[in-house]
Design a protein. Structure first.
Length: 260
């Protein structure tokens, strides 16, 4: 669409220039018929190509808009697993029934940086909860690989969605980076069969030993990024296919009188 707008803008500028030129020197275009024909044909071709590109692009987006929404919902669920998993492990998940109010309260807890930081500090100082964190990270990474594997190729090819997909990749790259610190320092029992040197973390290889304070701050940042991407993905999904569109596809609810 950006290229289409550029072509359209240049065509309009060229047309405006030709009009001004004609007013200033009305004999030029009539005395140079071949040049005039070439310029006119070029403007027509450029505008026609721009219009066709815009129409084709719009049809392609409409054609797979429901698929794009489905992919964004899948990415949103995956990001939600990250921040809610960390929130529950930190002991900050709201009690009571699961619903939109509980989800909103959880989002508020994640965005409360001092509170989340203190809770994550408690996780890292407990050996049992630290192992739970390690296992949670390993499970989240396995799940994220499946989700990104399903949608990365499809979504990245569209400039409209490439940015948010890139942010999701950033989230799981961070999770993998800091999860590797736990793999090196405290390998899980099932990881002990791996070659010992393969467990060296890229983080410690790059910056040296990682203190718990740094690890804590980054897991807080991961939880907050996941919560942000959860909300942003859902909002973009409903921009692509509005809720009203789905309402027209659903059957009418039965009346209270028990009618069909």
């Amino acid at each position: 669409m950006r290229a289409t707008r550029i072509i359209a803008g240049l065509s309009l500028l060229l047309l405006a220039g030709a009009i001004v030129w004609d007013l200033a020197d009305d004999g030029f275009w009539s005395h140079h018929a071949l040049f005039t024909s070439i310029v006119a044909s070029s403007v027509v071709v450029a505008v026609t190509a721009a219009v066709l590109d815009a129409v084709i692009e719009r049809r392609q987006r409409e054609r797979w808009s429901v698929l794009a929404q489905y992919a964004l919902f899948d990415l949103s669920r995956s990001a939600r697993l990250v921040w809610t998993g960390l929130l529950e492990l930190a002991g900050l998940a709201p009690d009571g029934d699961v619903g939109s109010k509980a989800l909103a309260a959880g989002s508020e807890a994640v965005r409360d940086t001092p509170r989340l930081t203190a809770a994550m500090d408690d996780v890292l100082t407990s050996s049992d909860r630290r192992e739970q964190l390690h296992r949670l990270v390993a499970w989240l990474l396995d799940h994220s690989e499946q989700v990104l594997g399903r949608w990365a190729d499809v979504m990245v090819n569209s400039g409209v969605y490439a940015e948010i997909v890139d942010r999701h990749v950033e989230l799981y790259s961070r999770l993998q980076w800091w999860g590797s610190v736990l793999d090196e320092a405290e390998p899980l029992q099932e990881h002990l069969a791996r070659p010992r040197l393969s467990r060296v973390s890229p983080a410690t290889q790059t910056v040296g030993p990682v203190e718990d304070e740094w690890l804590r701050e980054n897991f807080v940042a991961i939880a907050q990024l996941a919560e942000l991407l959860d909300r942003a993905s859902v909002e973009l999904a409903f921009e692509i296919v509005p809720l009203d569109w789905w309402t027209t596809r659903l059957p009418d609810r039965p009346s209270s009188g028990g009618g069909p």
